[in-house]
Design a protein. Sequence first.
Length: 117
Amino acid sequence: MMIVSFQTESSLEGSTVTLTYNNSQQATGGDEFYWYRQDPGKPPEFLISHSASGTPILEKMSGLKIQVEGKQINLEIISAAVSDSAVYYCAVKPTVTGNKKTLYKNLWINRKLHNIH
């Protein structure tokens, strides 16, 4: 299953920008979230991964904050700059349950369009 949603955000340079991913279900302890950004004409670039509680696992870019509120996952870009304008993605690492002989694959992608003015 793949769920894609779009959100466009505009903000002033220096402000905090919040990008929201709405998960289809309550995040559980085994879920991991991966955020990427993509500049025009370039491949996606990894930013940060975190657990269902919002605790960072690996962070490549500073100035980011994660908040998890039920099914809603927020990525905050602190002191956003024009150079932060990009398409942002959130991917969820699924948890396999039930019949272990069969792999159930779930992929969620949330596409964020972010423009700083």
